[in-house]
Design a protein around this ligand. Structure first.
Ligand code: FE2
Length: 262
């Protein structure tokens, strides 16, 4: 099964909204054009949060309309900039907000790491119990766990203050279930990829602005918007690539020193 992880599109209430100088509808549209040209190369679109910039209902409606061109299943989870009630309202009884899915011999598990009115992440006991339950229900299937916030430091001090506050508890749970093969997240707007105790831990570029790797303070990176592509093999092995836009000139305020966190 091949998955495209699409994350942090930060769409505003209307299509003129910008994040740090970049029009986020425009950058998402270009990323989706790239995906359409490769639409025979993936089976699922996994959206790992911050679909919206300020949680506007219209952002989810436009996002859903933009994704309607794809036949592939799409799964959405919320980030700290999202309003999950609006998200759920927009998708109605669709499968987009499913908490778990069995696809082609893998279990996909979507966790909610958002804390009300907080930028940083945490996993409630009910989320951890849900994860444990899913893993115990399907002990023979490899599992991918997706969430918005990072469960380990990515090397940027300012972002690492926002990682899952009880990440050790989460990682202990992951490591005690041999069926977990992948943990992936958004939020950090940069790529990260490491293997620990047989589990692949990865983040994806944003479909809009990118944060510089290994920067103690807030800093933007000129890298182009993109997605993470993964091929999940039946034996639990994973191949992955980063697909970025090329040949486009998107405006971004690289000198920006802050990020409106509302
Ligand atoms: Fe984000």
């Amino acid at each position: 099964m091949r998955v495209v992880q699409l994350t942090d599109s930060h769409l505003g209430a209307d299509d003129t909204a910008e994040l740090l100088g970049m029009n986020t509808d425009n950058s998402l549209d270009l990323v989706l054009d790239m995906l359409q040209q490769r639409s025979d190369q993936f089976d699922v679109i996994l959206v790992t949060g911050d679909i919206a910039l300020h949680g506007a209902r219209e952002a989810y409606e436009r996002f859903q309309n933009k994704l309607a061109r794809f036949e592939q299943a799409t799964l959405w989870l919320a980030g700290n900039h999202d309003d999950s009630a609006f998200m759920r309202d927009v998708v109605g009884f669709g499968n987009e907000m499913a908490r778990s899915a069995l696809v082609a011999g893998w279990q996909l598990i979507m966790l909610d790491s958002v804390q009300p009115n907080e930028v940083g992440g945490s996993l409630s006991q009910s989320e951890l119990n849900f994860l444990r339950h899913c893993l115990q229900q399907q002990p023979d299937l490899p599992a991918l766990v997706a969430l918005h916030h990072h469960p380990m430091a990515v090397g940027c001090e300012w972002l690492d203050e926002q990682q899952i506050s009880n990440s050790e508890e989460f990682l202990d749970l992951v490591r005690s279930h041999a069926n977990v093969k992948v943990v992936c997240w958004g939020h950090v707007h940069q790529i990260f990829d490491t293997t620990s105790a047989g589990v692949r831990f990865m983040s994806s570029p944003s479909t809009c602005v990118q944060f510089a790797q290994n920067s103690a303070d807030f800093k933007l990176d000129p890298a182009a918007p993109g997605v993470r592509w993964m091929e999940l093999h039946a034996d639990g092995h994973v191949d992955t690539e980063i697909w970025r836009l090329s040949g486009v000139n998107l405006n971004v305020d690289l000198e920006s020193t802050g990020y409106a966190q509302d």
